[in-house]
Ligand binder design. Structure first.
Ligand code: ZN
Length: 215
């Protein structure tokens, strides 16, 4: 805890001071351009990896960056309500689903971990990625174990993009060009981000895409 308290004091003295004007602008409203859906994993830092400041990303984080398919229900729907608010009220222009390497949620689903028996809510939540797991299980014999993980993590990102399209108001905004979806796979140990290309069904390194765009 001491570490966190020291951090607060340091933030106020250093980072806050150097962004004073920005915080003043943000005092009464936020206008984030992007809804960023990431895993809760402590090693994934959306602002750090995208070089963004407070006010730019509206962030949802949960285990394995999952988007429950659209449904009308009376349950307490945390992820769904944050999506609703970001798209309908904040009118974000982009939604990014960002998976990552070494994802514990994806691994637990893939290897049907015993630990999940002790975690009923996590177990239930991960049911949402069973279709992805089943696809990987069917193809895993022909692959190296490291490739299973990537296939699960990247397949999961693609699955969540599909789930986003089940939201009528998201589909509508995509059709009218007001909203764009993107799927990312962040690699912890290299800092690289691979971006899903829906035309080829493959993930390409962000640096290469950027280079090609510029060139
Ligand atoms: Zn994860």
């Amino acid at each position: 805890m001491q570490q966190l308290l020291d951090g607060i004091v340091r933030f106020r003295r250093e980072d806050f001071e150097s962004h004073k004007e920005l915080f003043k602008e943000l005092k009464e409203q936020q206008r984030p351009h992007t809804l960023f859906i990431a895993c809760s994993d402590s090693r994934v830092d959306p602002n750090l990896i995208t070089g963004t400041l407070p006010g730019e990303l509206f962030i949802i984080r949960n285990i394995a960056n999952i988007v429950p398919p659209y449904r009308e229900s009376g349950e307490y729907a945390g992820t769904t309500s944050a999506i609703e608010y970001a798209v309908k009220v904040l009118e974000v222009e982009n939604i990014i689903v960002c998976g990552h390497s070494n994802c514990g949620g994806c691994a637990a689903s893939l290897h049907s971990s015993d630990m999940l028996n002790e975690l009923p809510h996590t177990h239930k939540w991960l049911e949402l990625i069973n279709p992805v797991r089943d696809t990987v299980l069917r193809e895993m014999d022909s692959m190296e174990p490291e490739a299973w993980e990537w296939m699960m993590e990247q397949g999961n990102v693609v699955e969540q993009l599909k789930h986003l399209l089940t939201y009528p108001y998201i589909k509508e905004k995509i059709m009218s060009g007001e909203l764009a979806l993107s799927g990312w796979h962040y690699i912890i140990e290299t800092g690289e981000v691979f971006i899903y290309d829906k035309d080829t069904g493959e993930f390409h390194l962000a640096n290469e895409i950027r280079k090609n765009r510029k060139g």
